[in-house]
Structures are given as C-alpha cells and as structure tokens.
Design a protein around this ligand. Sequence first.
Ligand SMILES: NC(=O)c1ccc[n+]([C@@H]2O[C@H](COP(=O)([O-])OP(=O)(O)OC[C@H]3O[C@@H](n4cnc5c(N)ncnc54)[C@H](OP(=O)(O)O)[C@@H]3O)[C@@H](O)[C@H]2O)c1
Length: 307
Amino acid sequence: MNRPTRILVTGAGGQVGVDLVDILRGDLPWGASAAFVPDGRTIEDDEFEVLALTHHDLDITDRDRVVAALRATHPDVVIHLAAYTAVDRAETDAATCFAVNATGTGNLSEAAREAGAHLIAVSTDYVFDGRKGASYVEEDATNPLSVYGASKRDGELLCGEGDTIVRTSWVMGVRGKNVVHVIAERAASGQAVRFVDDQTGTVTVASDLARALVALARTRPGATWHVANTGTTTWYDVAAFVGRTLGRGEDFATPIASADLSPTPLAHRPERSDLDTTKWRAHFEALPEWTDGVARLVRERLLRTAQ
Ligand SMILES: NC(=O)c1ccc[n+]([C@@H]2O[C@H](COP(=O)([O-])OP(=O)(O)OC[C@H]3O[C@@H](n4cnc5c(N)ncnc54)[C@H](OP(=O)(O)O)[C@@H]3O)[C@@H](O)[C@H]2O)c1
C-alpha cells in the first residue's frame, strides 16, 4: 500500500487554512460545495497526512526554525498560506509585512527545496496595478500599488523554479472575518451599506480554493496559476447580492466611488485586477460561479447563527 502524501500547511489557522485542513482530513468544511471536485478525484481515506502549523506553531520569519521544522517532518508537499494580510495596516508596518510575505516565503522555498518537498505558495491579484483594462493572465507584468502587494510580489520572486505559485483574490470563508460577514451582519440588523463599484475583481471562496490546492498538491505542476471563482464582479455587486440573498430590498446597498470612501483607506487598490483562469480551466474543473459561492457562505452563516 502507498504511504499517505504528507502535507505541511503553514497559516493553518487562517481562513483558507482551516478549510484546507478539514478537506485534507476528508471532512467537508462549512459552506463547501460537495459537487466541486476539480480533478474528479475524491479524497481517499489515508491519502494525506496533514501537519497543520499555525502562527503559534511556527513563525515563518524565523529561518532556522522553518528549516528545522521541514527537516524534522519530511513533508512531500508544503502548502504555504501564512501571510500578513492586513492590507491597510501594512502601509505603516512595512517591515513586518515584508518579513512575513517576502522573507518568510523565501524561507519556506529554501527549506522545502532542501527537504525535497514541493512548495505551493499562495499569492494575490494585488501584485498587479489594475491598469491593463482586462483580466490578468499568469504572464502579465506585475506592478503592485501597495506595501502588501509589493511584499507578495517579492515573495513570488523568492520562490524557486520548481515551486508552484497560486494567485488568488478577494478570499472569503465561513470562518474568519471578511467582507461578506460584515455585509450579512448589516443586512440582518436592518442597516444599509455603501460599497465601491469602481473596483473589479474575482471572488474566491476559501473552501473552493482549498479544493483547488489539493488538486495541485497531487499534480505538483510548478509555474504560476490563477485560481478564483467564476465570474467578475465589484464590491458593490457582492453587497447587493448578499442583501438580496437575505431578503433585503434594492435600497440595502448603495454604490459609491473609491474616492468617496471615508476615512480614505491607506493602501491603494487596483481598479481592475480580476484573474483570468483559462490556464486552470484547461487542466481542471472551473471553480463554481461566485454567486454560488457567496450564497453558500451566507446560507451557512445563517444556519450557524440560528443554532
Ligand atoms: N484574504 C484575501 O482576500 C486574500 C486575497 C488574495 C490572496 N490571499 C492570500 O491567500 C493566503 C491565505 O490567506 P487567508 O485569507 O487565509 O489569510 P488569513 O486568514 O489572514 O490567514 C493568514 C494566517 O497566517 C498567519 N501568520 C501571520 N504571520 C505569520 C508568521 N509570521 N508565521 C506564521 N504564520 C503567520 C496568521 O496567523 P495570526 O492571525 O495568528 O497572525 C493567519 O492565521 C495568503 O497567502 C494571502 O496573502 C488572500
């Protein structure tokens, strides 16, 4: 019998991490689609052995500890999700952000190479400046507008040739704080929301991304991949959709311009950074439509708050 594939997950306590660890252990996390099986293969019992490391377990900025952790555990694959993700805070905390997203990712790549493990590192659409005027493909030139985007771009550059880089965008899970939760809380409490309609992107539901990462962990293809749910949208459209799903009228969400946000966010965000997933879809099943994914998150949140 084949031994299980040993997968080490960094950032296992984050919103993608918790769903990924559930999926690798054969469980269906809250809000996951049972129908989305990107490579057509369900997870066998004992297919994976999971080493789930939270920030508390391993600080990825500590190179020696990262090297020691991989030497001690001999993973086949490292799925690297640990990141500094506070995009606005990063503008005034650049050193920490670069230490985690750039140096930390370099530490993982180096340690994985030394341990003979394949690294899958997750990056972001914010490596782009949003000025292309069309969806971004993997080969497009990067030009980040923010400290966070620049730190993730540097993390990509510190990856080795054989590593797999997965760029994703607008990630939201059932667990963890994100925009959908904020919108749903306002909808449930009778308040209205204002959201920008001049930032276009692609929503990614954490559990759908996690399934995609499992498929990549099986094939270990290397190179860069864009992975996101199907369909392009704006934050205003996401808010209006959540409102409709929760039975609110058309007056629930009002579109505004980014320039009218108050207080002005510290970080510049790209106007249009939707990811073109043609490459992914040529090899694997497309991720579900973003509306399907967001409806799952809202439904699951309702079920959980009703308990
Ligand atoms: N969220 C998005 O919208 C989005 C969009 C595009 C790409 N991504 C990328 O997707 C990946 C997963 O994101 P996510 O949404 O799951 O993020 P998340 O919920 O913020 O999780 C990131 C995790 O990394 C941990 N972490 C932070 N600093 C660390 C360190 N020095 N050492 C070890 N762990 C550390 C955090 O732990 P603590 O909280 O305890 O510090 C947290 O559990 C990241 O690479 C992110 O950049 C996210």
